[in-house]
Design a protein around this ligand. Structure first.
Ligand SMILES: [Zn+2]
Ligand SMILES: [Zn+2]
Length: 271
């Protein structure tokens, strides 16, 4: 490890380990072990799990150019107890939201995008120019807690913020399918999309169908590049390979682990 971290980063790192390290684990792409898109412990062909492979064969380059996923969540445990990671993801958007959980997730997003602010454009090829989030069916506007997570991302100009809308037929579409007609970009936001590198924020990746549908909408509206930043990859003990994989991860969530795996990241303890 090279470079001299800002003391603030050090405080954030330790604080995050104390707050969420007991139950969150960094989501990584491990060649031959985890999907290079969604990070789940399954690879079928070309480093992709079967679901991401299906998305790729159906939509190709209209999907997100890259997905950055910060942490794994144990969504269902064989012990039948609710894992703290799953509790955090649910409670942050409960009514009313659990403030501690919302702050933990905001911290993770802010820390990852601040600490790695130079790695991210270096690896992705350009800086994020605009930002939106995947709208929720029940609360599609900017009052949903995921909007607050998007606001904590560093390095995107405020003038680049915009909302995606639900398509008129949204509620009639199958939940778990990637669709090009699930979301829309209103005309007034077109200039924030056309030719831009758009960051699309999501809280949870289960199948990726919502986030990838939104990415397609952005590409179809003229985005030059779409990056998904998703806080959590949902896993379950009863999904093939998940329990064994999660059990094997014993290092607490560390904000220094580079979300883009930059080869010369000055902070990543694995570099
Ligand atoms: Zn996948
Ligand atoms: Zn980095």
């Amino acid at each position: 490890m090279t470079g001299s971290p800002d003391p603030l980063f050090y405080a954030t790192r330790q604080e995050l380990v104390q707050r969420v390290g007991g139950f969150f684990r960094n989501a990584r792409h491990v060649v031959g072990r985890t999907c290079r898109v969604c990070r789940q412990p399954e690879t079928e062909t070309a480093g992709l799990c079967s679901r991401c492979l299906t998305h790729k064969s159906e939509f190709g380059a209209r999907l997100a150019d890259v997905a950055l996923i910060l942490t794994y969540v144990r969504g269902w445990s064989t012990t039948k107890r609710v894992d703290q990671s799953a509790h955090t993801m649910r409670a942050y958007k409960a009514t009313p939201p659990a403030q501690k959980c919302a702050q933990d997730l905001a911290y993770m997003v802010a820390a990852a995008s601040t600490i790695h602010e130079h790695c991210i454009p270096a690896v992705l090829g350009s800086r994020w120019e605009s930002i939106t989030f995947v709208p929720s069916a029940k609360t599609p506007g900017a009052s949903h807690p995921v909007a607050e997570l998007a606001r904590t991302v560093r390095g995107v100009p405020r003038s680049g913020r915009f909302l995606l809308s639900l398509a008129d037929n949204f509620h009639e579409l199958p939940d778990r399918a990637v669709r090009a007609d699930r979301f829309t970009v209103e005309d007034r936001y077109r200039d924030r999309v056309e030719g831009k590198h758009v960051l699309l924020v999501e809280d949870t990746w289960v199948t990726g169908s919502k986030a990838q549908s939104a990415a397609i909408t952005l590409h179809d509206a003229g985005a030059a590049k779409v990056t998904i930043l998703c806080v959590a990859r949902w896993c379950r003990d009863d999904w093939t390979g998940h329990k064994e994989f999660l059990d094997s991860l014993d290092t607490p969530y560390d904000a220094y682990v580079c979300p883009v795996a930059a080869p010369n990241c000055p902070y990543d303890p694995g570099q």
